[in-house]
Write a protein that binds this ligand. Structure first.
Ligand SMILES: *[C@@H]1O[C@H](CO)[C@@H](O)[C@H](O)[C@H]1NC(C)=O
Ligand SMILES: *[C@@H]1O[C@H](CO)[C@@H](O)[C@H](O)[C@H]1NC(C)=O
Ligand SMILES: *[C@@H]1O[C@H](CO)[C@@H](O)[C@H](O)[C@H]1NC(C)=O
Ligand SMILES: *[C@@H]1O[C@H](CO)[C@@H](O)[C@H](O)[C@H]1NC(C)=O
Ligand SMILES: *[C@@H]1O[C@H](CO)[C@@H](O)[C@H](O)[C@H]1NC(C)=O
Ligand SMILES: *[C@@H]1O[C@H](CO)[C@@H](O)[C@H](O)[C@H]1NC(C)=O
Length: 199
C-alpha cells in the first residue's frame, strides 16, 4: 500500500523535473549565437594582442536579466551609440536585476553593459555591431577580462567584467537567495530519493 502511494506521488514529481529540464534547455536556444559572438570577439582581441575574455557565470546571469528586460523593446538603429537604453544603468530596477544574480553595485560598477539589437541575430551583423561601433573602445580595453552573454528575441547583451574589485562580479555574500539551478537539483534529488525509497 505504502509503495503504491509513493508511486502515485512519483509520477507528478518526475513530470515536474522533466518540465524544468526542458525549460532550462529552451532558455538557451540562442547558445550558438552567443558562442559565435564570443569566438568572434576573442579573435578580434587576438588581432589586437589582447587576452581572450573568459566566461563569467555571474556576468552571464546578469546579461540574462538584462536581455529579458530589453526583449520586448523595438530595435532602433542606434546600436553602439550611448543612446542605447541601458548603456547607462539608469533604469529603475537595475539593482533588482543585480540582486537576482546575488550581485550588488560594489562589485559590478567597473563592469560594462553592451546591449545590441539585430533582427534575427545575423551573426556577422551581431559581431560588427560590437567590433565596428563605439563599443569597440570597451573591447579594446585591457582592463576587461571576463564576459557574460545572453540573448532574447532580437536582443543580445554583453556584460564585461574587469580585473578590479569593482568589476569582479563576485557574489554578494550578504544576500541569500536560492538559485533556479539549485532548485532544479533539489527537485532531481527528491525524485531520486523517491525512486530509492520506492524500489
Ligand atoms: C535610423 O537613423 C536614421 C538617421 O539617423 C533615421 O533617419 C532613421 O529614422 C532611423 N531609423 C530608425 C528605425 O530608428
Ligand atoms: C522593471 O521595470 C519595468 C518597467 O520599468 C517593469 O515592467 C518590470 O515589471 C520591472 N521588473 C521588476 C522585476 O521589478
Ligand atoms: C548593426 O546591426 C544593424 C541591424 O540592427 C545593422 O543595420 C547595422 O549595419 C549594424 N552595424 C554595424 C556597425 O555592424
Ligand atoms: C579599437 O581598436 C581598433 C583597432 O586598432 C580601432 O580600429 C578602433 O577605432 C578602436 N576603437 C576605439 C573606440 O578606439
Ligand atoms: C588589470 O589589467 C591591466 C591591463 O592588462 C594590468 O595592467 C593590471 O595589472 C591588471 N590588474 C590586476 C589587479 O590584475
Ligand atoms: C556587495 O558584495 C560584496 C561581496 O560579497 C560585499 O563585500 C559587499 O559588502 C556588498 N556591498 C553591499 C553594499 O551590500
Amino acid at each position: 500500500m505504502a509503495c503504491l502511494r509513493l508511486r502515485t506521488l512519483l509520477l507528478p514529481l518526475l513530470l515536474l523535473s522533466i518540465l524544468s529540464i526542458n525549460h532550462t534547455a529552451k532558455c538557451d536556444d540562442h547558445a550558438d549565437e552567443e558562442e559565435t559572438l564570443l569566438q568572434g570577439i576573442n579573435s578580434y582581441r587576438a588581432t589586437l594582442s589582447l587576452t581572450a575574455l573568459t566566461k563569467n557565470e555571474n556576468a552571464e546571469c546578469f546579461a540574462e536579466q538584462l536581455a529579458d528586460h530589453f526583449k520586448n523593446q523595438p530595435c532602433t538603429n542606434t546600436t553602439g551609440s550611448n543612446t542605447v537604453p541601458g548603456t547607462e544603468p539608469h533604469f529603475s530596477n537595475y539593482t533588482n536585476l543585480l540582486a537576482k544574480c546575488n550581485l550588488n553595485l560594489t562589485t559590478t560598477q567597473d563592469g560594462q553593459i553592451l546591449p545590441a539589437c539585430v533582427p534575427n541575430l545575423v551573426p556577422n551583423l551581431v559581431l560588427s555591431n560590437f567590433t565596428q561601433s563605439q563599443y569597440s573602445k570597451y573591447l579594446n580595453d585591457t582592463k576587461f577580462t571576463g564576459v557574460g552573454i545572453s540573448s532574447e528575441n532580437n536582443w543580445i547583451v554583453l556584460v564585461l567584467t574587469a580585473n578590479t574589485t569593482g568589476g569582479s562580479f563576485v557574489n554578494d555574500k550578504s544576500a541569500g537567495s536560492v538559485s533556479t539551478v539549485g532548485l532544479i537539483y533539489h527537485c532531481l534529488f527528491l525524485v531520486i530519493a523517491f525512486f530509492l525509497l520506492a524500489s
